[in-house]
Write a protein of this length. Structure first.
Length: 189
């Protein structure tokens, strides 16, 4: 919902939403982002009717269920590793993501739900530890002893989708407890 972020800068909850950036998204992501914004506005209006509201803006995750969804980069990379194939990176952009465990996600959502108030608050939910898709692939390659293959030359274009989670950590005392690298080691073989 924040649109394209082509700077290496974490996204905070109070970042202004710019529709021009949303309109630059590809395919289904445009309607997805616009629908999220519309739903947030409707939810915020409930706080004016004296309902307790919290809004969680979710980023990128890892976990058992996520491995079943083949459209995510982490899933494709892990499937290649499990199939004993060389690991391929298909994007030619410098793509950065951060990965939070689905178990941490549940804990964060419960705490955010319990913190709901009449004066609504917005919290980013995700890891604030950025990793490039290339480095994620290299980590997997080192675990399974396979070669990394690029399908295209890497361009200078940046796609940085990493949250600032300082607000959730400070106000709700939330922490990331599960480690991405441990998950990778457990799921590459």
């Amino acid at each position: 919902m924040y649109g394209i972020n082509n700077r290496i800068k974490k996204i905070s909850e109070n970042r202004k939403i710019i529709f021009k950036k949303i309109n630059k998204l590809n395919g289904y992501k445009i309607n997805y982002a616009k629908t999220k914004l519309l739903m947030e506005k409707k939810i915020i209006s409930l706080s004016k009717l004296n309902h307790k509201i919290s809004i969680a803006r979710l980023f990128t995750f890892f976990g058992e269920r996520i491995l079943k969804d083949k459209k995510f980069a982490i899933t494709k990379l892990l499937l290649s590793a499990k199939n004993k194939k060389n690991i391929k990176v298909y994007s030619n952009n410098n793509v950065f993501r951060s990965y939070m465990s689905s178990d941490d996600l549940v804990e964060w959502l419960l705490k955010i739900l319990l913190a709901a108030s009449h004066k609504y608050q917005i919290f980013n939910v995700g890891s604030d530890k950025a990793i490039s898709i290339k480095d994620l692939a290299l980590n997997i390659c080192s675990i399974v002893k396979k070669k990394l293959v690029f399908s295209k030359n890497i361009s200078k274009t940046i796609d940085f989708y990493v949250p600032s989670t300082g607000k959730a950590k400070k106000e709700l005392n939330l922490k990331i407890k599960r480690d991405l690298n441990l998950f990778l080691k457990q799921n590459c073989n």
